[in-house]
Design a binder for this molecule. Structure first.
Ligand SMILES: *[C@@H]1O[C@H](CO)[C@@H](O)[C@H](O)[C@H]1NC(C)=O
Ligand SMILES: *[C@@H]1O[C@H](CO)[C@@H](O)[C@H](O)[C@H]1NC(C)=O
Length: 375
């Protein structure tokens, strides 16, 4: 079964259960539908004046309403901001998608994620001081990418969560998060010339992350920013040699398209991700190539992220040593200390397939949602 078939059948299952639910609430409600008239990836807005309050406003869709908003300004700039307009510009200027509320699981909140940024001034939350432990920014002919290590509890992700993928598609084409927009000045001359990035992907989890923004003018943007391989993490979707404790910006060659590799004997093969029902992915048929890089410049995090110095986390992991309330595999099984999987690339930079096992100990809820909306 292809990933889209898998996603679709999971979606259908949820659609059935949700419509049963809504019928029991009121027989008068109009039937819910899955797809918006216009896919998120087809909605394009000039920054900042063309951006509406919310970009996802259709009624009666199965996943409900957009959680936050896209018009973000000084009024919305605080640690409760629900701004869903994000940026990837440079090593000192990027945002990550992370949950609204503390101690969340990525798989359960990916549709509602909000922007957490390194720079003030755009109406978003700020990443708390000392959350970023190592960051590598890479500029290549077709994309910019930031990969790093983070204390994810400081951005509301349970510390043991192996995470998941955000991208502007999702099985229902509303994106994860729904209505999330991405901008960059990396392809449009820098400074305040922000251009909408149409294809991007962001893996969060395992105290690591990777975010790639593909050049909208590039002929292969959708391939470099592939969004179907949601279970094999940064190591396969954004092969990198980022190091914990190091902050650097480099130039690099393009990666292979995620999932595309050259087998022994020279044939070019496209990997197909097995469906969730087959359990954890324990072996991979290839090791992704980390592209060559050059002109790396190293920085001090306190200088890069000066503006974050006084930003504190809602949950301070140095105080809350062990998350309570079932964070580590209570009856719900949420956040069971599975082997780091999804964002593993940041850590497992040798890309040993044996160490990059997507977590299999998720709840049925988590599995359904990851099957549905990661792609
Ligand atoms: C600031 O953003 C909020 C939320 O999108 C919006 O309601 C408000 O009108 C904006 N304020 C200004 C001055 O643009
Ligand atoms: C990165 O290094 C910090 C120490 O600076 C450590 O606490 C953290 O666990 C490391 N992160 C990962 C994902 O290995």
């Amino acid at each position: 079964m292809s990933p889209s078939t898998r996603s679709f059948s999971a979606l259908l299952a949820l659609a059935v259960s949700l419509s049963t639910f809504s019928q029991s609430v009121s027989a008068q409600d109009p039937p819910m539908s899955t797809y918006p008239p216009t896919a998120l990836a087809d909605k394009h807005f000039a920054y900042p004046t063309g951006i509406p309050y919310k970009v996802d406003t259709d009624q009666g869709l199965i996943r409900g309403f957009q959680h936050g908003y896209n018009q973000c300004n000084s009024t919305t700039e605080n640690q409760k901001s629900l701004c869903q307009t994000s940026f990837l510009n440079s090593i000192d200027d990027f945002c990550l998608w992370a949950p609204d509320l503390p101690e969340s699981i990525v798989a359960n909140t990916e549709g509602e994620m909000v922007a957490w940024c390194t720079k003030p001034g755009r109406g978003t939350r700020l990443i708390p001081a000392n959350a970023l432990k190592g960051v590598q920014f890479m500029r290549t002919p077709d994309y910019v990418q930031v990969v790093g290590f983070i204390d994810q509890s400081k951005i509301n992700i349970q510390s043991a969560d192996y995470g998941g993928e955000m991208d502007p598609h999702g099985a229902d084409l509303r994106g994860n998060p729904m209505g999330g927009l991405m901008y960059s000045n990396a392809f449009s001359g820098g400074a305040d010339n922000f251009q909408q990035v149409i294809e991007w992907h962001n893996f969060m989890g395992g105290n690591g992350f990777c975010l790639k923004a593909c050049d909208p003018a590039g002929p292969n943007a959708a391939h470099f920013c592939e969004h179907r391989l949601d279970r094999i993490g940064c190591a396969y979707n954004a092969p990198n040699n980022a190091q914990n404790g190091t902050f650097e910006a480099c130039k690099g060659d393009n990666q292979d398209f995620p999932g595309v590799y050259t087998a022994e004997g020279g044939a070019v093969v496209t990997y197909t991700q097995p469906p969730e029902e087959q359990g954890a992915i324990s072996t991979m048929p290839y090791q992704p190539k980390v592209p060559a890089s050059s002109e790396c410049q190293q920085f001090t995090s306190a200088v890069l992220y000066k503006a974050l110095a006084s930003v504190t986390a809602a949950i301070d992991s140095t105080v809350t040593a062990a998350p309570t309330g079932g964070a580590h595999g209570s009856g719900t099984g949420k956040g069971a200390p599975v082997k780091t999987g999804t964002a593993a690339g940041a850590q497992n930079t040798t890309n040993d397939a044996q160490t990059i096992v997507a977590g299999g100990l998720v709840t049925v809820f988590g599995v359904v949602f990851s099957a549905m909306f990661f792609s």
